[in-house]
Design a protein around this ligand. Structure first.
Ligand code: KPL
Length: 304
């Protein structure tokens, strides 16, 4: 299969290296470089690349994009619109497009820009970071779930097998919004708090965060239930605690964004939750306060 990875962050590079074991992989990035070198490291059992080998990929070549059977977009939520606009002139309307990012709220933008392509959304618990320019380090294995948001996307269920062969475990979901909401709930709790307290995920297990985590989960549970995904605050709190413990030694993506003074995904995490709460007339003061605090931080470092 011919695959284009849209975005060359840690997650895009990880998937690119893994898919390249069986497929032709090409990258589309914001710079215009025609080649992309990636050195993949990591200790997971599925690593098939020889340790210390560097793979050289073709990049930013319109004919390779035009002949792609699949585009896997791994850019951040707030970059999705611009990234899709950049590839649109070269994209075949039959090419399946998989969108994989933290948070929710980009679906309508993608549907408006690509009304004919099969559109699939994905959420992954695979973790990676880039210790240096060329290197990507695979730090955690977790499930990837994907499902269609367009009627013709359903014909692409075999993509779950393709991704599963490259980087398991991976599974097709009939309603992808359910796992997207489940992940959003976890991100609403962990990401802003670890970014504001400049701490690893594990610190949130301390009792001083109990009340705040309960309040966040309470609001998210109300909104999820109103959206047709009924859940209780205590179930969400258990899930959040499980992730806090499983990723205790990690810095969340929002913590890393704030530390590097980058734009965060807050508008697509707490911001999305608040927007959905408003449509159901649900109060979400705790999530709103966290959203405001992160926006204030972003404003400060952008004004510097
Ligand atoms: O998805 C994550 C993130 O960092 O964005 C969690 C689950 C919080 C793990 O760090």
């Amino acid at each position: 299969m011919n695959i284009t990875i849209l975005g060359a962050g840690a997650v895009g590079r990880l998937w690119g290296c893994k898919l390249a074991n069986q497929h032709n992989v090409h990258f589309w990035t914001r710079d215009n470089h025609q080649k992309l070198a990636i050195h993949l490291t990591g200790t997971d059992a599925t690593a098939k690349l020889t340790p210390k080998s560097t793979s050289l990929f073709e990049a930013n070549q319109p004919p390779l994009l035009a002949s792609s059977d699949l585009v896997l977009a791994t850019v951040k939520a707030f970059q999705v619109g611009a990234a899709i606009q950049a590839i649109k002139p070269h994209l075949n309307p039959e090419t399946a497009v998989v969108i994989m990012h933290n948070g929710m709220g980009s679906q309508q933008t993608v549907l408006d820009l690509l009304p004919n392509n099969p559109i699939i959304y994905a959420t992954t618990a695979q973790a990676a970071f880039r210790p240096s320019q060329d290197e990507v380090h695979h730090t955690g294995i977790g499930p990837t779930l994907l499902g269609s948001i367009t009627p013709h996307g359903i014909q692409h269920q075999q993509l779950a097998h393709l991704l599963d062969d490259a980087l398991p475990p991976c599974q097709w979901e009939d309603d992808i919004n359910q796992p997207l909401w489940n992940k959003l709930a976890i991100n609403c709790a962990i990401n802003p708090l670890t970014a504001l307290h400049l701490c690893k995920n594990g610190k949130l297990a301390r009792s001083e965060f109990d009340t705040e985590l309960d309040a966040i989960c309470q609001e998210v549970a109300l909104v999820m239930s109103a959206e047709g995904y009924p859940v209780t605050a205590s179930v969400l709190r258990q899930r959040v605690d499980t992730v806090i413990n499983a990723t205790a030694d990690n810095f969340s993506s929002m913590n890393q964004d704030v530390c590097h003074q980058r734009q965060t995904e807050i508008d697509y995490i707490s911001g999305y939750l608040i927007a959905r709460a408003a449509t159901h007339n649900i109060e979400a003061p705790h999530n709103h306060r966290l959203w405001q605090a992160i926006k204030e931080l972003e404003r400060k470092y952008h004004d510097q």
